[in-house]
Design a protein around this ligand. Structure first.
Ligand code: FAQ
Length: 323
């Protein structure tokens, strides 16, 4: 089964029953009937999410050999490994919708699938590792805590465990940031520089503003998304500003102000041209990221071959035992 199934007219009674289940807050499970468009939206979103977790290992993996202490190295290795695990759960979740993981991975490698814009920026200093944990995992928690209530059961359940691990990631990142921010003038300058570079791309992670988000209305109607891109972005900003103040770091947005009435931190204009360039493949590291994934995939061919030869032997011996 592939994503390119031809559209067939759907039975209005089945569609109405599905919509009623969604309205009643029921969870949709793999064997339940679902409209083809719902299935396709989930495959799109879950596969992009899984690709993001896998590509997201690269910027941080870059610092494993240069972590400043054994303790930092151990937690960074554990974090990067967790991201691999998240990618694998989410690929498994996507497979419950009738797609094959190799097909999804093929789309990543041939450049036709999207993954999060944030992972196309370089990690220039150790402080970037702290700021990624704080901002990027922090943004992921804001987004994924809500996805843990998504209407598709396998996706929602995967998000519960993923969010627990992302919390650990965020804490380890913020701790790195706090130590550097209270360190020597050079360490403080290094972490401020990382904050300045990662702030705006982190806000872009939440996707285009609601007026330019073609998928949001349908996903909200089907309770896959429970909040819009702008709502989640605002929540992230509101949570992060006090955290920046607590460690005496400045967010690179001089016009930012607190609105006492809405209790929101109002922020400046996002550079959507930059966002669009990055998602079209023209960000600072898009080529490097895809090249790294292609190399890893090619070098892992022998593992896939060995695993399938082993599975074949297991099947043959089970069949011989049953005969
Ligand atoms: N980057 O109509 P919308 C992590 C695309 S995991 C690239 O608003 P939607 C953990 C979008 O796909 C981070 N493309 O789309 C970690 C669509 O394109 P399409 C990933 C983007 O789906 C931490 C088009 O723009 N998280 O960080 C981006 O309603 C540290 C129009 O957009 C998820 O994937 C973007 N930032 O909302 C790992 C969470 N934004 O497909 C390692 C699940 C939008 O029509 C280290 N996904 N686009 O061609 C979601 O919540 C949603 O899919 C959004 C986008 C919010 C990302």
């Amino acid at each position: 089964m592939t994503q390119t199934r031809t559209a067939v007219a759907e039975d209005p009674a089945k569609v109405a029953a599905f919509e009623a289940r969604i309205a009643a807050g029921e969870s949709i499970e793999p064997k339940d009937w679902m409209p083809e468009k719902y299935r396709r939206q989930l495959v799109r979103m879950m596969s992009q999410h899984a690709h993001s977790e896998i590509v997201g290992m690269l910027p941080e993996g870059n610092w494993i050999t240069r972590a400043p202490s054994l303790r930092r190295k151990i937690s960074l290795i554990a974090k990067v490994q967790d991201e691999a695990g998240h990618g694998l759960y989410i690929y498994c979740g996507a497979e419950t919708l009738g797609v094959d993981r190799s097909e999804l991975v093929g789309q990543l490698l041939d450049g036709t699938a999207k993954y999060s814009s944030i992972f196309n920026y370089p990690t220039l200093s150790w402080a970037d590792i702290g700021v990624i944990g704080w901002f990027v995992d922090g943004a992921a928690i804001v987004n994924q805590t809500i996805l843990a209530k998504a209407s598709y059961g396998p996706y929602a359940r995967a998000m519960i465990r993923v969010c627990k691990e992302e919390n650990f990631h965020k804490r380890q990142g913020y701790e790195i940031v706090a130590v550097l921010a209270n360190g020597t003038p050079a360490q403080k300058a290094m972490v401020q520089d990382a904050v300045d570079r990662w702030w705006w791309p982190s806000l872009m992670m939440f996707g285009p503003s609601d007026t330019d988000s073609p998928n949001t209305a349908e996903l909200i109607r089907w309770k896959v998304k429970r909040k819009t891109n702008d709502e989640l972005r605002q929540r992230f900003v509101n949570l992060t500003v006090p955290q920046a103040m607590a460690v005496n770091l400045t967010l690179p947005d001089p016009g930012m102000r607190h609105d006492a009435e809405t209790e929101n931190w109002e922020f400046g204009a996002i550079d959507w041209d930059e966002f669009n360039q990055v998602i079209r493949g023209n960000g600072p590291c898009n080529k490097e990221r895809l090249d790294a994934r292609r190399k890893a995939h090619d070098e892992g061919a022998w593992v896939r071959e060995a695993a399938s030869a082993y599975a074949g032997k297991q099947r043959a011996s089970q069949a011989a035992e049953a005969a």
